[in-house]
Write a protein that binds this ligand. Structure first.
Ligand code: C2E
Ligand code: MG
Ligand code: MG
Ligand code: MG
Length: 291
């Protein structure tokens, strides 16, 4: 028997798991060391209006440059961190760092709405809502300048508890979006019931635009439905002008992608946004307050 997840749950040890398990344990150890050494950083990827090219917000993306392992991509360590439970520590660090950065931008008079990826284990922590509230309060951040990106896997679990938690977060004033929309197994019913404000169309549906008939159908249906439900739509992973123009023709509000820029360090992000048209980078009610 091998102890896993450190919460008294056990799974059977099988010989073929050896390599995998060992590397998982090593990876978990490396992650904890990286945290102690301060090797995690956040990059920020702009979300750009398709109507006028202005900044709508930025997604915080975690980066880990390890002394020995080099650049470790999130696709490699986030799933492991979710498995080992380390994601709760990592997720709290991401939240604090993103909020610290957002409040710095706010206090300099260049507010940016920052989106933070939240994983399921983190969202379902008993004290998640209090943690979010405490972090934004401590930083003095206007809550509208924080957005939480939730995946469909979060939303399908324990509907009543989830609904209560979403309302508690919405009541704090933070924005909620659904990440990788269309890739999960959830029902569309939640779109109507949950206090979310934005859908993020997954890159896998954007890649084939504008030629792929299936992607066209899925993306235009998603945008149409979002409009009916008064949700904003961001397209992820836009790499070509043809994709961008097609999305704009469907009335999609904004996009993220290499066509504009990959995620940037905070200083590089600050330089980048000075070149953008000077309009909304913040919720309208805040614009009126600060202009
Ligand atoms: P995601 O939230 O869907 O983030 C978008 C991913 O697409 C990012 O990968 C981003 O760099 C990449 N991307 C953006 N534009 C393009 C493009 O035009 N083309 C292509 N090919 N890729 C593009 P990244 O940073 O490697 O992150 C991968 C995933 O890891 C994220 O997917 C998210 O699920 C997770 N992740 C990243 N940071 C965090 C975090 O702080 N916390 C949690 N829980 N998960 C995170
Ligand atoms: Mg995301
Ligand atoms: Mg996404
Ligand atoms: Mg995605």
């Amino acid at each position: 028997l091998v102890k896993s997840r450190g919460r008294g749950s056990f799974r059977f040890y099988q010989p073929q798991m050896n390599v995998n398990l060992l590397s998982h344990l090593k990876m978990d150890h490396a992650m904890r060391q990286a945290m102690d050494k301060g090797l995690f950083r956040l990059h920020y990827q702009p979300q750009i209006s398709l109507a006028n090219g202005s900044l709508q917000g930025a997604e915080a993306l975690i980066r880990w440059t390890d002394d020995e392992l080099g650049e470790v991509p999130p696709s490699m360590f986030i799933p492991l961190a979710e498995e080992s439970g380390f994601i709760t520590t990592l997720g709290t660090w991401v939240l604090e760092e993103a909020v610290r950065q957002a409040s710095q931008w706010q206090n300099r008079g260049t507010p940016v709405t920052v989106s933070v990826n939240v994983s399921a284990l983190q969202f379902h922590q008993a004290d998640f809502v209090e943690t979010v509230a405490a972090v934004i309060r401590a930083a003095g951040l206007a809550p509208q300048l924080l957005e939480l990106e939730l995946t469909e896997s979060i939303l399908i679990r324990d509907a009543n508890e989830t609904l209560g938690r979403l309302h508690a977060l919405a009541d704090l004033g933070v924005a909620l979006s659904i990440d990788d929309f269309g890739t999960g197994y959830s029902s569309l019913a939640y779109l109507k019931r949950f206090p979310i404000s934005k859908l993020k169309i997954d890159r896998s549906f954007v890649t084939g635009l504008p030629d792929d008939e299936g992607d066209r159908a899925i993306v235009s249906a998603t945008i149409g439905m979002a409009r009916g439900l008064k949700l904003k739509v961001v397209a992820e992973g836009v790499e070509t002008e043809a994709q961008r123009d097609y999305l704009a023709s469907l009335g999609c509000e904004s996009f993220q992608g290499f066509l504009c820029t990959p995620g940037l360090s905070a200083p590089a992000f600050e330089r980048f946004i000075t070149r953008l048209p000077d309009t909304a980078s913040m919720p309208l009610d805040l614009q009126r307050l600060t202009i």
